[in-house]
Design a protein around this ligand. Structure first.
Ligand code: AHG
Ligand code: MN
Ligand code: MN
Ligand code: MN
Length: 333
């Protein structure tokens, strides 16, 4: 089968948004190449594999590939005339574009390497990104310029570096899949209008946190685990990759529900995942695929950020299951 490519699809999008996506996709090609080279990545005997030996702003052990991926994104965006600034999981403060701070109409937010604790084990990782309007074009973007709810996104996407590298994009008119041809480095358009099935018998949650979960989640998971002799009267299957991109892509392709709820493990943090560069872009993509994305008590896309790195509870996926969980937040018994 002959496929058209990313350029052909971008040609039909709003030009400044297309330009941002083109540069983000170029960075993902470089990151994909570094991931696929594993322990042999890097030049002059300097491997880009392994831990940096430092803790990032999130309190996590930073991997060399976290840093490299962040640099790839920054390098690509610095060349993009439609982006005035960007914010990254790996950096405490936003970056003002060196060349386009006062001309760019958009802001980019990204998780340069999602699932990076998996990289040494050769498990799938990815990149998540979001494009927001710059509400004060002409002025250099400050941190306050990024404090916009996910509903304002003009585009979002992710790249998954798995057995194949795929790019999933939306500009608000449904979901597109592109697959990277590793020989030509071209993104070929492989699916359009992807819709997530509404019913599912597959859920994903880090069950080691069970003792910290809220009551609605305790109820939901215990009913799934009870299987065909429990109140759900059917058997469920469970998956946990610990790479959100891989979990979301599995849900895109065969349905399912993914939960990283609020828990009492670290009482000052409402959940594990970051609103700006994990929850919001994935929520946007979920809604574009006909699925749902909530905190338990509200739509994720309506959460207004207070700080760049704030965390949020995440419950996303097949609408029948997410709606059931919303019901359990209304009545946990
Ligand atoms: P990152 O590697 O960008 O810091 O994100 C990891 C996130 C997400 O991808 C995944 O779903 C979750 O952390 C895994 O959490 P556990 O360590 O609790 O499994
Ligand atoms: Mn991290
Ligand atoms: Mn992540
Ligand atoms: Mn990351």
């Amino acid at each position: 089968m002959n496929h058209t490519d990313l350029e052909a699809w971008l040609a039909a999008q709003q030009p400044a948004v297309a330009d941002a996506l083109r540069h983000l996709a170029q960075a993902c090609v470089k990151i994909s190449r570094a991931c696929s080279r594993g322990a042999i990545a890097g030049e002059g005997g300097q491997s880009t594999h392994g831990a940096v030996g430092e803790v990032n702003v999130q309190g996590e052990n930073q991997q060399k590939l976290d840093v490299y991926s962040d640099e790839c994104m920054a390098e690509a965006l610095a060349q993009c005339s439609s982006v005035a600034g960007w914010a990254s999981e790996e950096l405490e403060h936003p970056t003002v574009s060196p060349n386009h701070a006062t001309t760019g109409r958009y802001l980019a937010v990204f998780d340069p390497l999602d699932g990076s604790s998996n990289i040494d084990a050769n498990i799938s990782v990815g990149t998540i990104f979001s494009v927001l309007p710059h509400l004060f074009p002409g002025a250099e973007p400050t941190e306050a310029a990024f404090m916009q709810p996910g509903r304002r996104q003009v585009a979002a996407g992710y790249a998954l570096y798995g057995p194949a590298t795929v790019l999933v994009l939306s500009t608000g008119n449904g979901i597109e899949f592109f697959t990277l041809d590793p020989v030509s480095s071209n993104w070929l358009h492989t699916r359009s209008g992807v819709q997530i099935r509404t019913t599912t018998s597959e859920f994903a949650i880090n069950a080691s946190n069970q003792r910290f979960w809220e009551k609605p989640i305790q109820r939901y998971v215990s009913e799934c685990v009870a299987g065909d002799t429990g109140p759900r009267a059917r058997n469920f299957n469970m998956r946990w990759v610990a790479s959100m991109v891989a979990e979301v892509h599995r849900i895109m392709t065969r349905g399912g529900v993914f939960l990283y709820p609020r828990d009492t493990k670290e009482p000052r943090k409402p959940g594990r995942l970051r609103l700006m560069y994990e929850a919001s872009p994935m929520a946007y993509l979920m809604e574009q695929a006909g699925a749902k994305a909530v905190t338990g008590t509200m739509d994720l896309l309506d959460v207004v950020p207070d700080t760049l790195h704030q965390r949020v509870p995440v419950i996303i996926g097949s609408s029948d299951e997410v709606e059931r969980i919303i019901g359990y937040y209304v009545d946990p018994n």
